[in-house]
Ligand binder design. Structure first.
Ligand SMILES: NC(=O)c1ccc[n+]([C@@H]2O[C@H](COP(=O)([O-])OP(=O)(O)OC[C@H]3O[C@@H](n4cnc5c(N)ncnc54)[C@H](O)[C@@H]3O)[C@@H](O)[C@H]2O)c1
Length: 401
């Protein structure tokens, strides 16, 4: 099977795919719609980052395409619904840069507590200002984590290793790591924390979660960090609380409006404030994260193409079937209407299939059934499955093939 990887995807992806028998072509840049269509002839798997758009037109013109791997976090560049309707699976790497974000935040907590940024700027301006004023150790200080998911929990562990006390607030039930303490309300957390760090997700309800009221609740001279989503914070309100001295410092990696292209001007009410660290949405941008993304997404593409696994697909029903160690597997993707499973099983029984495992899931307009059997299904039975009006595709795999 042929794989086309665009946009300088990490070479580890090529290694993973070649080791599993794929023929891989790696291109440095992205491709426009027409060129992409041309290059997709005979290609089974496509790997992109954020600059290649996979539109319904591209999908229609690529009958051989089985799956698209987004070697990044976002998947807006792919028409997910159109891909699902055509049975094309889309994968991404939502958690491969978790550690990178956590390390940036840990660095920022110390940098803000020691006012490093301000001191370094003065030194560059030729000013020797040796003073302990406003500088603190982080040991024994309380870190308040809002949003205790993948990033929040890893941050919790590293902050405790630094000797910080950790408290957290999450709207979902989350198990406390180490000695971290759950707060019943956001207000309780804001009143107790010396450093507040936001790690909530981008659900619409989180827009404007942090405004004047929340900043006013924070302890005087506390620190604020947002490496989650720009829309969560009212930057004007943050500015006012920094200028008044109520907030002693802040680090922001994400903004309500971010420049679209490299080199575009960045506008924000937070520019020019003392002890405020601004970074251009680079929390997850490290070489290590790129490598992890390459490894992760390549594995997902191979698992789908060679074993029919859709675990963590962003657009098809996620079926986490085990590795195919022996026997044969039939993957059946269908339109999600009642009664399909019963008719599939009737057909399989009629064909004398000895089923050893069956895994299924539905999501939105599609349903997916993976059936493992001791014997391969006959061509006649497969043709019957494929001929069903609700079938999007039927594929088979054999162990060791
Ligand atoms: N700066 C970067 O480069 C960068 C990189 C990766 C991720 N992120 C962002 O970091 C954030 C966290 O990522 P993650 O992988 O940990 O996500 P996650 O989904 O694992 O965790 C988010 C947590 O926030 C909780 N939550 C949602 N709304 C809440 C609210 N209003 N109050 C309290 N808790 C709330 C959820 O229940 C969940 O536990 C996301 O917004 C993600 O987009 C930023």
């Amino acid at each position: 099977m042929k794989v086309l990887l665009l946009e300088n995807i990490h070479p580890v992806a090529v290694e993973v795919l070649e080791a599993r028998g794929f023929e891989v072509e790696l291109l440095a840049g992205s491709l426009g719609e027409d060129e992409l269509i041309e290059r997709l002839a005979g290609v089974s798997l496509l790997g992109i980052r954020s600059n290649t758009n996979v539109t319904a037109r591209v999908l229609d013109a690529a009958p051989d395409l089985l799956a698209v791997g987004c070697f990044c976090i976002g998947t807006n560049q792919v028409d997910l619904k159109a891909a699902a309707a055509r049975g094309v699976a889309v994968f991404n790497a939502p958690y491969s840069n978790t550690r990178s974000v956590v390390e940036l935040v840990i660095g920022e907590i110390i940098a803000l507590a020691r006012r490093l940024h301000e001191k370094s700027e003065k030194m560059h301006a030729g000013v020797w200002d040796k003073s302990a004023k406003g500088s603190h150790e982080v040991r024994g200080r309380t870190l308040g984590i809002v949003g205790y998911g993948n990033i929040g929990t890893q941050l919790s562990n590293l902050a405790e290793a630094l000797g910080m006390r950790v408290i957290f607030f999450d709207t979902a039930d989350r198990l406390a790591h180490g000695n971290a303490q759950r707060m019943k309300t956001l207000e309780e957390l804001l009143e107790k924390a010396d450093v507040v760090s936001l790690h909530v997700d981008g659900r619409p309800g989180n827009a404007g979660l942090f405004g004047a009221e929340q900043f006013a609740r924070m302890k005087p001279r506390s620190l604020f960090i947002n490496a989650a989503r720009g829309m969560v914070v009212d930057t004007e309100a943050l500015r006012e609380h920094i200028v008044s001295g109520h907030i002693a410092g802040a680090a922001l990696d994400v903004f309500p409006i971010e420049p679209k292209a490299q080199g575009d001007a960045f506008e924000s009410p937070l520019r020019g404030l003392e002890n405020v660290i601004l970074t251009p949405h680079v929390g997850g941008s490290t070489q290590e994260a790129q490598e992890e993304i390459g490894f992760f997404v390549a594995g997902k593409l191979a698992g789908f193409a060679l074993e029919g696994r859709t675990e963590l697909s962003v657009n098809l029903p996620a079926v986490n079937a085990p590795a195919l160690q022996e026997g044969h597997r039939i993957g059946y993707l269908h339109v999600n209407v009642p009664g399909v499973l019963a008719s599939v099983n009737q057909l399989l029984a009629g064909a004398g299939a000895n089923i050893t495992g069956q895994y299924l899931a539905t999501a939105g307009e599609q349903g997916y059934v993976v059936t493992d059997a001791t014997e391969a299904l006959s061509d006649d039975a497969l043709a019957k499955l494929a001929g069903d009006e609700h079938c999007l595709w039927v594929r088979t795999w054999s162990a060791g093939a």
